[in-house]
Design a protein around this ligand. Structure first.
Ligand SMILES: [Zn+2]
Length: 220
């Protein structure tokens, strides 16, 4: 899953104690940031297999450290603890719940679409409800989640000026554009390392975009 993860970031910002949107944009992809790093370092393994599932070319053969149930819980605690220590929010428990929840939402969202490649701890059993087998339904889910999250964020915040009115919709358009491009059939596919670098770039661009959007709006 790609764009659908950001639904949880918008929801967290809407529900949360003023945790910045850009922090939540890191949180919801935190395990994929680390996954991409671990792929480049050779710690976890995956292969690009065109047509592996209708909506995914990734054969995610070994990723227990980032994408196991237990691993995701650990990363959630690490991120929440790090955020509370560095940002010293007014309500640390609520901030920890929102940031940790945002990190863990990644595993829950992946669970819906992945083929059974998500370990509980290490090795078997692996889980995944496999919605990626259907291009149509996986995209209905992801895009639906993303639009619902964006609408919630727009409802609970208000624009500071003209830019603030347009900014969330521009971000939504960028996300939908990236989502579309990543699912178009290609003549040639990158290596898994190339894919990891592309993913890191995309995630980073979106964090910067989220910081910009959030700067143009305030809580209602
Ligand atoms: Zn993931």
């Amino acid at each position: 899953m790609f764009a659908g993860h950001y639904a949880a970031a918008f929801a967290g910002r809407a529900a949360g104690p003023m945790v910045p949107l850009w922090v939540l944009f890191i949180a919801v992809q935190f395990v994929d940031f680390i996954w991409a790093g671990f792929i480049l370092a050779g710690i976890e393994t995956a292969q690009i297999v065109p047509g592996f599932a209708q909506a995914s070319n990734l054969d995610l053969s070994f990723m227990p450290y980032t994408h196991s149930f237990v691993g995701s819980l650990v990363w959630s605690v690490v991120f929440a603890g790090g955020y509370v220590l560095l940002a010293r929010p007014q309500d640390p428990w609520l901030a920890a719940l929102v940031t940790g929840g945002a990190v863990f939402s990644h595993w829950l969202a992946d669970l819906l679409v992945h083929l059974p490649d998500l370990p509980i701890v290490f090795g078997e059993p692996k889980v995944g409800f496999g919605l990626w087998r259907s291009l149509l339904w996986s995209q209905v889910l992801e895009v639906g989640l993303l639009i619902a999250g964006t609408l919630w964020y727009v409802r609970v915040t208000e624009p500071k000026g003209f830019l603030g009115k347009a900014a969330p919709w521009i971000l939504l358009a960028i996300l939908l554009g990236m989502q579309t491009i990543s699912h178009l059939p290609a003549e040639e596919y990158p290596s898994i390392e190339g894919f990891a670098v592309q993913a890191l770039l995309a995630f980073t661009v979106l964090v910067v975009a989220a910081a910009f959007v959030d700067a143009t709006r305030r809580a209602r």
